[in-house]
Design a protein around this ligand. Structure first.
Ligand code: WT7
Length: 652
């Protein structure tokens, strides 16, 4: 016991950590000159050179039409060739995807077998009439068919749009309509905590609201033949079998051709269709996986995110496979059948890198050290986190109890829009400071500014901005260039002076060493367990409930989730404020968005705090949710309501 107490005290006092010697000795990037090297945009060729191109680029960066940048202009390549075919000669028999199902069953795809199935499904998609540039929607959970379908789409030049499996039928329909997508790949179900979960009814329900004819392909995950019940649904297994041994020539794509679309939440109720390209995105995903995650072909690398989010796209599928490594994919939850599931997998597969979310680390901490202690985790070489700020205590716990003080921890800041990591330490080069993500990566120019766009002093909070383009950046919002400019470039750019500044909508502060601590969103976007949710989307789901007059959604601090959804609801005349009605509201959020957006609390209130001009004071509602001082309420039209709401929240 005393030993543990000593360790705690030592770590508590320690603010900085040096890269472990054993890691440095073998790291991919050890060259201190790398930051300087990347001051020139030409240095990005180093990222592109990690890939195999059908024809090389003429120009690294075209910035003639800012902020519509183009990268590796004139180059041609195919993403599935890069992630699969080119590894066949040397690594055909090595494992590409190691899949662990929740019930304990496993499936192993070597590069050879992955190549076979990607070709077969690509042939099937073609046969269904899918052509280059047609958007294919993938509404699938964590099963191997998801990355296979992504790569099959990439092979024939059809952009994919993956919709997170936890999203609702309505959310699926909205995204399919926005993308004009007429082919859907989904599945009958999947397992959660040992029980089969129906997915197909959700997909079918969503399809009722999709405009135009849709071809549906269903993966039979549960083995119950539900997939073939409906006549006009195609069964994935049948399609692949019918094209057994097929070979599909990969379509050479222009570097700037769309590789995929990914919908993400913004300030308004309509999700944004973030467009990523083939050349820039793939180079960036591969480069950051190489430089930050230190991935080598012989590794067994594991990112525990869901492929339905950008983290899974870049760091389960595209980055790792482009580098020819083994990427592990896990279907289930970390606490089933026991709270040591992750550690058991690390032990069994000799996982070398683990990339996970702070929300998960906080849960591991709470469960206790006995779970990791029961397993041999010595195969681990590097640890990573992503999705939200990590508090120093959780960082140190991860570093000690999972990494045994021998693995660098990379706290990686980035977004759906950035395509890959932007701010983090290079694991063999930089001192680690728990709680601070680190300096911007080589070639990334980030700063912290005030509302006027002027840099703020070290230690002061301000707005994070990015001052230079990078290859992984989004190119636009799907079919909406105007919104692209509005959302990301309008705030701090000075077009007359050719100054284009990307605005990620995060608060941050810089320290004297140029390290950036990201504080959280500054717009109406919540971060619940590392998942991004728009308050407006949740509000519109709630006001859709009959009996609701008005709703305001804010984030309240939550020990495990980071942030939790707080909904303040005004009912219509005659609508009773009952528990049943509360349940109805929660249900509506489930159905319109999905369980991840479920409110932690629904607070009925006769009014919302508003300014004299009628604007809802969200800050104040956040303070109330967090049981914090509300400060000056004299600018409110209805200051008396504040105390009333506080009372109600405390009663909750
Ligand atoms: C938002 C982006 C990046 C993939 C997962 C989330 C927050 C992300 C960190 C970090 C502090 C972080 C930001 C960002 N965020 N990583 N290491 N430290 N905050 O992607 O859904 O597009 O959300 O997540 O607020 O803007 P996303």
């Amino acid at each position: 016991m005393t030993e543990e107490v000593e360790l705690e005290a030592r770590l508590e006092a320690q603010d900085t950590f040096e890269p472990p010697e054993s890691f440095v000795e073998q790291a991919n990037i050890t060259d201190e000159g790398i930051y300087e090297e990347f001051e020139e945009p030409e240095a990005w060729e180093r990222a592109a050179e990690l890939l195999t191109w059908d024809s090389s680029w003429d120009e690294v960066l075209n910035d003639d039409n800012e902020p519509f940048y183009e990268w590796f202009v004139g180059g041609e390549l195919n993403a599935s060739t890069n992630c699969v075919d080119r590894h066949l000669d040397e690594r055909g028999d090595e494992v590409a995807i190691e899949w662990v199902g929740e019930l304990g069953e496993t499936r192993t795809y070597t590069y050879e077998t992955l190549h076979r199935e990607v070709n077969e499904f690509a042939a099937a998609l073609r046969e269904q009439g899918v052509e280059a540039d047609d958007v294919v929607t993938l509404y699938l959970p964590m099963i191997p068919e998801l990355p296979i379908a992504m790569l099959a789409c990439a092979r024939i030049g059809a952009p994919h749009a993956v919709v997170f499996g936890g999203f609702s039928a309505e959310a699926l329909a909205e995204r399919m309509n926005a993308a004009n997508s007429s082919l859907l790949v989904t599945c009958d179900g999947y397992y959660r905590r040992g029980d089969p979960l129906d997915h197909l009814s959700k997909a079918r329900k969503g399809l009722e609201d999709v405009d135009g004819d849709v071809t549906t392909v269903v993966v039979d995950r549960l083995g119950d033949d539900a997939a073939s019940e409906i006549e006009d649904e195609l069964v994935y297994g049948d399609l692949v079998e019918a094209h057994a041994g097929a070979s599909v020539e990969p379509v050479a794509r222009d570097a700037e051709d769309m590789l995929f679309l990914m919908y993400t939440s913004g300030t308004t109720g309509t999700p944004k269709g973030v467009k990523h390209t083939t050349g820039g995105y793939l180079s960036y995903a591969a480069w950051t996986a190489h430089a930050v995650l230190d991935i080598k072909p012989e590794d067994t690398y594991w990112c525990s995110a869901d492929i339905g989010w950008i983290t899974g796209h870049s760091y389960i599928v595209y980055g790792p496979l482009a580098l020819g490594t083994t990427t592990l994919m896990y279907e289930g939850t970390p606490d089933y059948p026991e709270k040591d599931r992750l550690w058991q997998i690390v032990d069994e597969y000799d996982v070398t890198q683990l990339y996970t979310a702070p929300t998960a680390i906080r849960a591991f901490m709470k469960w206790g050290t006995e779970y990791p202690e029961g397993h041999d985790l010595s195969s681990l070489r590097l640890l990573g986190t992503v999705g939200e700020p990590i508090n120093p205590r959780a960082w140190k716990w991860y570093y000690t109890h999972i990494g045994n003080e021998e693995c660098p921890v990379v706290d990686t800041w980035w977004q759906t829009e950035t395509g890959g990591m932007m701010i983090t330490t290079l694991p063999a080069l930089n001192t680690m400071k728990p709680g601070s993500a680190g300096p911007p990566l080589p070639g990334i120019s980030a700063d912290v500014v005030d509302a006027r766009g002027d840099p703020v002093e070290a230690g002061r909070a301000g707005y994070l901005v990015v001052n230079q383009p990078w290859p992984g950046m989004l190119r636009t919002l799907y079919k909406n260039d105007e919104r692209f400019i509005d959302e990301y470039w309008d705030e701090y750019s000075i077009p007359e002076r050719d100054q284009w500044v990307y605005s990620p909508e995060d608060g941050a502060k810089l320290d004297d060493d140029g390290y950036i601590t990201v504080l959280g969103r500054v717009d109406d976007v919540l971060n619940v367990s590392g998942h991004r949710l728009g308050t407006m989307e949740i509000e519109s789901a709630i006001v859709g409930v009959e009996g609701v007059a008005e709703a305001a959604v804010v984030g309240g601090k939550h020990e495990m989730k980071g942030e939790a959804v707080y909904a303040y609801v005004i009912t219509e005349e005659g609508q009773e404020e009952t528990e049943e009605f509360r349940a109805e509201i929660v249900e509506a959020v489930d159905e319109t968005i999905g369980p991840i957006a479920r409110p932690e609390a629904v607070v009925f209130t006769p009014e919302l705090p508003k300014t004299r001009s009628g604007k809802i004071m969200r800050r104040l509602l956040e303070n109330i949710a967090n049981d914090e001082e509300v400060g000056n309420t004299s600018t409110l039209r209805n200051p008396e309501i504040v105390e009333e709401i506080q009372q109600k929240v405390r009663e909750e």
